[in-house]
Ligand binder design. Sequence first.
Ligand SMILES: [Zn+2]
Length: 286
Amino acid sequence: MKSSKKKLSPDDAELRKSVKPVICYPTDSLKSPNMNDYLIARKNLKKIDQIIIPPRDAKCFRVPKSHFFRIYCQNGPQVGDLNLWNEHNLNEKFYSGKTRALYGTHLSTNDRLWSSLPYLRPMATITHDTLDWYGFDDDGGSVHDVIGTRCDPYTEKILSNKEYHFCCHSNLIRALSNYKNISYKEVENYIHDVLNVFMCTGFTKDTHQYFMKASPVRIGDYIEFFSEIDLLAGLSACPGGDCSLSHSSDDAVCYSLKVEIYECLNNDLKNWREPETSNYSGDHKN
Ligand SMILES: [Zn+2]
């Protein structure tokens, strides 16, 4: 936090601060998803599976490539912490930091969820978002962020000296451990920073600290993704509930989340191809 200034400003401080910002990662040269094909395909879907994520818990589920999946608010305002892996290689996992660098702090329709280095390819594309009307509010807040991490027991222990075992980090560990039948210790390194589904967040205007506020999500709202690769997904129904007050405790009212998985009925995606992993040589030399 840059709350105290110890150094006097140089004479040309205003000049130095007034230079124009430059977008770090312009996306003009990125190959755009063919949203038109996705929009046609999503009109002819058949539901093939449904998963209920209980409050303060997580579950893993498989989504084959070229399928759609939706995360629904089904009983009351509730946020979810989403992890994504390549089903065949857990080392290829969602890279929230680079996704943020490409698209900004919060995601919505047309944005893609990119995988970690050295793979760096779209894992999923957001094809529908019933909360896209929200945009940004007067506090600078919005929904579906990639600026948070995931609530975890280590940070909670440092801040409150309490042990809490149902943070999203722990929920995702239990879910992945159960799904893969391997120990908590072995799966912990695969748990990564999340897409905060339905969570309303931003940075405060004065201190630029991460804030949360009551999610605007209501029963029936959903966010929909197209799976660009064979996915294993982990979703935690955060102990923060709608994140209006607190998290990392049993204090908040929490609800379950529903996931629905769909296959495409027609041949609407005949031109779709699975994205290739990065073709950088990997040489890293001078
Ligand atoms: Zn959480």
